[in-house]
Design a protein around this ligand. Sequence first.
Ligand SMILES: NC(=O)C1=CN([C@@H]2O[C@H](COP(=O)(O)OP(=O)(O)OC[C@H]3O[C@@H](n4cnc5c(N)ncnc54)[C@H](OP(=O)(O)O)[C@@H]3O)[C@@H](O)[C@H]2O)C=CC1
Ligand SMILES: CC(C)(CO)C(=O)C(=O)O
Length: 319
Amino acid sequence: MKSNSKKIRIAILGIGGIGGYLGGKLAHHYAEHDQIEIIFITRGAQLQTISEKGLEWHSNEITYRSKPHVVASNPREIGLIDILILTTKSFAAAEAIREYAHCISGDTTVLTTQNTITGRTDILPFLPEGALLMEGAIYISSSVQKPGKVVHLSGPGIWYFGTNNTFTPKGEQIAKILNYANINAQYTTNTEAVLWKKFLFASPAAVVTALFDITFAEITESQESEYLYLNLTDELMQLARGKNIPVDDQTILHNITLLTRFKGEAKSSFLLDLKRGKPTEIKALVLDVIAEAQKHQISIPYYQSAYAQLQLKYPSLTC
Ligand SMILES: NC(=O)C1=CN([C@@H]2O[C@H](COP(=O)(O)OP(=O)(O)OC[C@H]3O[C@@H](n4cnc5c(N)ncnc54)[C@H](OP(=O)(O)O)[C@@H]3O)[C@@H](O)[C@H]2O)C=CC1
Ligand SMILES: CC(C)(CO)C(=O)C(=O)O
């Protein structure tokens, strides 16, 4: 992992719920490290507050204040990056990569966390030749509660990232760096299946929690919401199979069990965005599904109807 200095330079692009969770851990654990430098790429009130006071980080009973080595939004201040953890929303990812193009070289490895089935086609065209894209999926509910404060609400926090059908020792090296910072990251050489597995969980959960305005835990508490969740998952499984993605027959059972691991008041990031009047990931979570289903001539009436109902419930719904 070469760069313009001997240190390994790790940048987190987008200090929101996920960027704050991962970046907060990295900055805390590598604060005194002389070989690893942690950079937060952020903007607005988040940039100002973290520059002044660091990032307040909460998870269960643990609280600390993380101070990265660099907090910036100016590519010149940031410099070349070895490992870029891209934690913007899916709709902002390509633009963010373009904005920080001068910080990314052919030696940079880019890791992702977006809930999307089109990440590779969205991002790869904007990376320089040689740069390695390792897509990933993280099981967690985490959000920014006010500028400078991130809270891990629930979920196991496991982050699978990697390559598809090829092995690279870089993947294992990066997993070790993340694991030393207490991040439960696992390198995989099977990202296509991993991303779909997460998407099969996250997309129906986002739609149902938003339509019924409920938490993850509440999905299985009413017949109506559980029925919709199961049917959306079933349609997605048909789509995955239509695309020759291997899908475990136990997916529905597995996902219902997983829902119970998101305890308490945890809401999907999609619902939180709707409630805050922010742009949402409707394209990645719903519209891309509808488009792919049309391409593969797979009928998905529950998704079609859920999209229409979402538009009625949230007239300001935007990408
Ligand atoms: N939150 C969660 O619990 C989970 C989220 N995910 C996925 O992870 C991804 C991130 O989600 P989440 O953390 O909730 O999103 P957030 O909206 O909380 O955070 C995204 C951050 O990226 C920043 N950003 C966007 N573009 C730029 C840019 N060009 N330069 C600097 N900063 C930028 C945003 O800043 P600004 O606010 O100024 O736009 C924001 O702070 C999503 O795809 C989501 O689906 C996956 C699992 C769980
Ligand atoms: C469903 C969940 C919480 C799983 O990590 C998620 O990805 C999200 O809310 O965006």
